[in-house]
Design a protein around this ligand. Structure first.
Ligand code: CTP
Length: 406
């Protein structure tokens, strides 16, 4: 419940994307938020206030003359307790209204009358691609940003009008993630995080290979948490079918050698490297070009192995890693004696921080428990969802970086 205790005013202006606002309203509530819906007259042409009232479990407001408010000041009363006003969809016309501070309907009046320092304004634009690309819209957006409005971006693809391009409203789940991210502390602002995640796959022949049970979930959660914390994030992912977290740049790789190449290439721009990947320690010394066939003799093929390079140790012991310019964090997936193995691994890899976990208890699961090992000792982070742990770890890394540069 990432929005527990948050009160959100969900404003709808006129546009076909209003149909997505119904699902967004539900999604916000499912995450623990309370939602007060305010609609413009145009929005009510696309979706009824009845639908939005039923979903939000609160009366919907649409007029600045609403007599239900004892003081007849809905524009003041509705915004004062809000943690944010989210306009989704925000039409081109409504954006232009916000730009000029016009206030001739309840929603725009409320936006203008909100306490700027306490009630942030987030907008999810939705319009035809020509309207989106028009210099007037682009100019409006630049000014709204300068005025402190958070623009949540748009999607690309088929539009209700039959054209295709930029300007679709983001999907409800994407908007939900953006709203959740908005409320997270920006402890990694200005940092560039490189994360390796998932297993690697070492080919034996074109149809077989050696891999492991890492699901990539912890690494993906760290990438998401770092992005929420304001970092630029590059995620080098082994073969997993997980969705890329919003705003994260993902590079897909298969083998340890490919992961090594991608990480080394990206590390130059990074300030933090978190190695969550379960990199295969060995790869077959030769990968056959064609499928190895049974010849009927009962003979089994003999595989030889060579050791893969250690990505974490390579980056941690590079000049930028050794000087702390690239803050390196390792993971240790162990089956037993976690503290002893994690402590030894930290020293061997020469990283300031190593995060231990029990492999068989975490691979594929949605939760985990961590043991943070640094030069001073070990701290346990008790079992929790991987996303919750990732947020704690990100905050911990941010503190260490701040201490280092102080
Ligand atoms: N790691 C890496 N490259 C490798 C092997 C490991 O970057 N070739 C990183 C992992 O991403 C992890 C840390 O090193 O952050 C420890 O990985 P782990 O598999 O637990 O340790 P190993 O070094 O492989 O040691 P062992 O197999 O003996 O436990």
């Amino acid at each position: 419940m990432d929005l527990n205790g948050k009160h959100i005013v969900l404003g709808l202006s006129g546009g076909i994307a209003c149909y997505k606002a119904a699902e967004l309203c539900r999604a916000l509530i499912k995450e623990g938020a309370t939602v007060q819906v305010v609609m413009t007259e145009a929005a009510a042409q696309f979706i009824t206030p009845v639908t939005m009232q039923a979903l939000s479990n609160r009366p919907v407001y649409g007029s600045q003359w609403d007599p239900r408010e004892p003081n007849n000041m809905a524009h003041i009363n509705l915004s004062r307790g809000a943690d944010a006003i989210l306009i989704a969809p925000c039409s081109a016309d409504f954006m232009a209204k916000l730009l000029h501070g016009r206030a001739d309907d309840l929603l725009s009046l409320m936006c203008l009358a909100r306490p700027l320092e306490r009630v942030p304004l987030l907008i999810a634009p939705a319009m035809n691609r020509e309207m989106w690309a028009h210099p007037a819209t682009q100019r409006t957006m630049a000014q709204l940003r300068a005025d402190g409005t958070t623009l949540l971006g748009v999607g690309r693809g088929e539009q209700a009008c039959g054209e295709s391009g930029d300007g679709r409203m983001l999907e409800p789940q994407e908007l939900l993630q953006d709203v959740i991210a908005f409320f997270q502390p920006k402890s990694l602002a200005g940092q560039h995080l490189l994360v390796s995640a998932g297993p690697t796959f070492e080919a034996i022949d074109p149809v077989r290979g050696i891999t492991n049970l890492s699901s990539g979930k912890m690494g993906f959660a760290i990438a998401r948490a770092a992005q929420e914390a304001g970092a630029t994030v590059t995620l080098v992912a082994g073969p997993v079918a997980l969705a890329t977290p919003r705003g994260v740049h993902r590079i897909n790789v298969v083998s340890a050698l490919e992961m090594m190449e991608a990480c080394v290439q990206q590390a130059d721009q990074a300030t933090v490297f978190v190695a969550t990947a379960a990199v295969a320690d060995w790869r077959p010394d030769t990968a056959a070009n064609q499928k190895i066939k049974k010849d009927g003799s009962g003979q089994v093929p003999h595989l030889g192995f060579v050791e893969n390079p250690d990505i974490l140790a390579t980056l941690a012991q590079s000049p930028r890693g050794a000087s702390g310019e690239l803050f390196c964090v390792g993971f240790a997936a162990e089956s037993h004696d976690l503290l002893a193995h994690a402590t030894a691994k930290r020293a061997r890899k020469q990283v300031p921080l190593l995060v231990g976990n029990i492999g068989p208890a975490t691979f594929g699961q949605d939760d985990n428990a961590l043991l943070l090992v640094d030069a001073h000792g070990a701290t346990e982070i008790p079992r929790n969802s991987k996303l919750a742990l990732a947020r704690l770890l990100v905050a911990n890394i941010a503190k260490r970086i701040a201490q280092q540069s102080a």
